[in-house]
Write a protein that binds this ligand. Structure first.
Ligand SMILES: NC(=O)C1=CN([C@@H]2O[C@H](COP(=O)(O)OP(=O)(O)OC[C@H]3O[C@@H](n4cnc5c(N)ncnc54)[C@H](OP(=O)(O)O)[C@@H]3O)[C@@H](O)[C@H]2O)C=CC1
Ligand SMILES: O=C(O)C1=N[C@H](C(=O)O)C[C@H](O)C1
Length: 252
């Protein structure tokens, strides 16, 4: 067997991080060399010999973590939310100074979710109206979810390319938030409810019909095949990749 991937997990005590630690430990082709929390120094990544970093922390920490990894030639697989266009731009610039290094920013690691977003983008040009509902556990700190933002962006880009008009909406008066957040012109509604994990519905409406594309993560185990896939492929994709779909041949 070839050399094992030396992997460090950041955010290791968190809901996702603890799952990732277990998944990496169980993977025969990987070795967990570090599992860090908020108070652990990033220099530990270097002394532990990490070549791959999984970031599952918080939006406030993730950019500094990933910059440190790239500056030290480590590949990074990132599930943390908060990567807006400005942050992505800075990261792309940094990666130009480290041409052999790969970073995957994956708003969602669940393969079903990635497929659902791709299907929604494909369908979006054929329907007059489209809105999103994302539903998560109430301990989530950001809204809308990173997955919803990404899905809305993909939908908006597909509709723009096809020349589809904005979804009709006659709302003339509304309470603040009643129509949700707008991401690239797509309305996104966020539900936070005890008992939920991570769920999303894309509602597509046309005269007399509706198509609903729904994905449910009932357990964080759903994210782990994508985390491992990302780790196995990130070195083969130098530079910045946004979305696990970048590693899947969805058009085959
Ligand atoms: N891409 C995907 O498929 C998925 C992405 N996510 C995203 O992953 C992120 C984590 O989610 P979740 O696990 O639920 O959140 P948690 O709050 O459970 O975990 C985050 C962990 O990161 C730790 N942390 C904070 N800052 C640092 C730091 N600088 N270095 C190391 N560890 C740090 C926190 O420690 P402390 O508690 O001490 O602050 C906490 O243990 C979120 O952005 C979430 O949206 C979640 C699920 C799936
Ligand atoms: O915080 C979560 O739980 C999740 N975060 C990611 C997001 O914001 O899209 C992925 C998944 O939805 C779970």
């Amino acid at each position: 067997m070839s050399e094992k991937l030396a992997v460090a997990v950041l955010g290791a005590a968190g809901r996702m991080g603890s799952e990732a630690v277990a998944a990496v430990e169980a993977a025969e082709d990987m070795e967990l060399v570090a599992a860090l929390g908020r108070t652990d120094p990033l220099e530990t990544l270097v002394s532990a010999g990490a070549r791959y970093v999984v970031d599952l922390t918080v939006p406030d920490s993730t950019e500094a973590n990933v910059r440190f990894a790239v500056e030290h030639g480590m590949h990074a697989v990132v599930g943390t939310t908060g990567w807006d266009a400005e942050r992505l731009g800075r990261l792309a610039d940094l990666l130009e100074t480290s041409p052999g290094t790969g970073v995957l920013i994956a708003p969602n690691f669940a393969l079903g979710s990635v497929l659902a977003s791709a299907f929604a983008a494909k369908a979006a040009r054929y329907f007059e109206s489209v809105e999103l509902i994302e539903l998560h556990h109430p301990d989530k700190v950001d809204a809308p979810s990173g997955t919803a933002v990404r899905t809305a962006q993909l939908i908006a880009a597909a509709r723009a390319e096809a020349g589809v008009a904005a979804s009709p909406d006659a709302t003339a008066t509304a309470l603040d938030g009643a129509r949700g957040a707008e991401v690239d012109g797509v309305h996104v509604h966020s539900v936070r409810l005890r008992g939920l994990v991570a769920h999303q519905e894309v509602l597509l409406g046309g005269p007399g019909e509706q198509l609903t594309i729904r994905h449910d993560s009932f357990d964080r185990a759903s994210f782990m095949p994508g985390v491992l896939l990302g780790l196995r492929q990130v070195a083969g994709h130098p530079g910045l990749t946004v979305g696990l779909d970048g590693y899947l041949n969805l058009n085959d």
